[in-house]
Design a protein around this ligand. Structure first.
Ligand SMILES: Nc1ncnc2c1ncn2[C@@H]1O[C@H](COP(=O)(O)OP(=O)(O)OP(=O)(O)O)[C@@H](O)[C@H]1O
Ligand SMILES: [Mg+2]
Length: 307
């Protein structure tokens, strides 16, 4: 089964699509079977970064059942190491207001894709769609820029993602779930407190839901005098959200990125020696190791089956 990786951020324009498209190409060059899925509803543009202007199929064709499975709507870039892409869709009433069933059908179809790795662009923001697509994968990557406002957006995004994850951990018909779903939370501490007040032991259950949720952080458009205090940021997230955020990499501000955008070729292909490409290559090397860890883990025999 494919290892799934999503990418998200609080606000738009942090460089998610740029990172994901380059990562997809670099992993394909390493011999991985890669599938890029553009779920950025309303802002889908991953196809443009590869110079594909009029995709034959898109997510819309899957949602309107013109094709039954996502595999039927994939575009293969033979000139980019066989990388596959499900082009995204514009914002239509149907896509913006996807029902629970439609979302489940989409996620199920993604899980059956024949690939080593599926990379998902969930777009920016904290809509239920974005958060759900972000949280449904094996690995999550968050992109922030070094400015304080972007770091604040990143923190808010993570906070809402963790709250959504915790709320989902309670069975929908349970007493705790019914009570929690009526509230409009902005702090994880409040969720934990109300859960525990409703049912003894609920706090621990809620905290357990966050085990294994360790989104990887990428700082993009870094400039030499704009250093983020990463230690402080990690401490803040650990203290208030109870999760660890390993730093996956830092990509410098680099005009080669915009030149690549104008040439409709990912920067790692157009200018492999540019500083941004070297940073992207380092990130791809680390992600390759993460993918292999997941693959080795899932190929191990189930201890119960073995017994
Ligand atoms: N490291 C960089 N150096 C210079 N320009 C960059 C860098 N990273 C991204 N950009 C530029 O920033 C813009 C936004 O990038 P991108 O579209 O990847 O962001 P995004 O997070 O996907 O945005 P959205 O949320 O709108 O989908 C693009 O014009 C891109 O060329
Ligand atoms: Mg984007």
């Amino acid at each position: 089964m494919a290892v799934t990786i999503s990418i998200g951020s609080g606000k738009g324009g942090t460089g998610k699509t740029m990172l994901l498209c380059n990562l997809a190409l670099l992993l394909a060059k390493k011999g991985k079977k890669v599938c890029l899925v553009d779920l950025d509803i309303g802002g889908a543009d991953a196809h443009l970064l590869f110079g594909l202007f009029e995709p034959k199929y898109s997510l819309t064709d899957f949602l309107t059942r013109r094709v039954e499975s996502i595999a039927d709507a994939l575009h293969t870039f033979y000139s980019f190491n066989g990388l596959q892409l499900l082009p995204g869709t514009g914002s239509t009433l149907q896509t913006a207001n996807m029902t629970y069933q439609e979302k489940q059908r989409l996620l199920k179809s993604i899980s059956t894709l024949d690939a080593d790795v599926v990379l998902i662009d969930v777009g920016a923001g904290t809509s239920y769609n974005s958060l759900d697509f972000f949280m449904c994968t094996d690995v999550q990557i968050c992109v922030a820029m070094p400015e304080p406002t972007s770091i604040m957006d990143f923190y808010t995004f993570l906070q809402l993602a963790t709250i959504r994850k915790v709320l989902d951990s309670f069975l929908s018909h349970s007493e705790v779930s019914l009570l929690l779903k009526k509230q409009n939370f902005s702090s994880l501490t409040d969720v934990f407190e109300l859960a525990e007040n409703t049912q003894e032991g609920a706090r621990e259950k809620a905290q357990q839901a966050l085990y294994g949720f360790n989104p990887l952080l990428v700082i993009n458009r870094n400039i030499s005098n704009g250093k983020v205090n990463k230690t402080k940021l990690k401490e803040l997230v650990a203290k208030y959200l109870g999760i660890d955020i390993p730093l996956l990499g830092e990509i410098p501000e680099d005009q080669a990125v915009s030149e690549a955008l104008r040439a409709y070729i990912p920067v790692c292909e157009l200018s492999p020696d540019a500083p941004s490409s070297i940073a992207l290559q380092n990130i791809a090397d680390k992600i390759e190791k993460v993918i292999e860890l997941f693959q080795n883990y899932s190929s191990q025999p189930d201890p119960i089956e073995k017994a």
